[in-house]
Design a protein around this ligand. Structure first.
Ligand SMILES: [Ca+2]
Ligand SMILES: [Ca+2]
Length: 241
């Protein structure tokens, strides 16, 4: 429909001072039908604009990607039995601990395999720690990993993995969301190796995937689709009535 036609139809719909203009009977039905269509179109456009406004508004509240804590050289390690609270206190004094060694083993796919020193060494035991801060409440958290050969894994002091079968084994996924807190958290590991083949062939690896509550805000694209869907539903309802 051309602009001139729309304008004249609009004026005809509005009439002078809001009074519907008197039209020849033969044309009145067509004109009224045209007015109803225009009102439907205007209402539909209003709904679409509202949906997009909501989508754009929500885009401003989008937050960071989920956080993953992997084993790596930022973890601290010692091969001397630490005093108690090493696995419960995030502020434990780690003087004398060193950065864990990444063994660069290709089979450690989900996260680097770490130890106190290299893969083929005489070190049988290792204690490992990593602290990390969560700025939002935890929504979901899953822990996966493995040890060559055994490991005790603690999250904020709670034992979550008790692997003592004497062989290289994996663990997870373990739902550990209830153990994490908003603020500083601690994952602590006591690992051991059992077979002195080519030296102690040992490793520990872990991957902790965390989703916080504010990160579950729907993405702008999803919201826009939802908005368009709502607009479509509104349009369908109007067409039915
Ligand atoms: Ca094991
Ligand atoms: Ca081993």
């Amino acid at each position: 429909m051309k602009t001139k036609q729309i304008s004249s139809t609009l004026l005809a719909c509005l009439g002078v001072n809001g009074i519907r203009p008197v039209l020849p009977v033969t044309f009145q039905d067509r004109k009224i039908s045209g007015c109803a269509r225009l009102r439907k179109t205007a209402a539909g456009m209003k709904t679409v604009f509202l949906a997009f406004a909501l989508a754009v508004g929500a885009a401003c509240t989008a937050t960071a990607a989920p956080l993953t804590i992997n084993t790596g050289t930022s973890w601290l390690a010692t091969n001397a039995l630490p005093v108690s609270t090493w696995n419960t206190d995030p502020l434990f004094n780690t003087t004398g601990w060193i950065n864990a060694v990444d063994q660069l083993r290709p089979e450690c796919a989900i996260a680097p395999c770490i130890w106190y020193d290299g893969q083929f060494s005489s070190t049988q035991f290792v204690w490992l720690r990593k602290t990390f801060t969560l700025s939002d409440p935890v929504s979901t958290a899953f822990l996966n990993g493995g040890a060559d050969d055994d490991a005790l894994v603690y999250l904020n002091g709670t034992l979550v993995v008790n692997d003592s079968d004497g062989f290289a084994t994996g663990f997870g996924p373990l739902d550990v969301a209830a153990l994490l807190v908003q603020g500083v958290n601690l994952i602590a590991v006591a690992a051991s190796d059992n077979f002195a083949v080519f030296g102690q062939n040992h490793a520990f690896l872990a991957s902790l995937e965390i989703q916080t509550a504010t990160q579950q805000v729907p993405e702008p694209a999803s919201l826009a689709l939802l908005g368009i869907g709502l607009a479509g539903l509104a349009g369908m309802r109007r067409r039915k009535t």
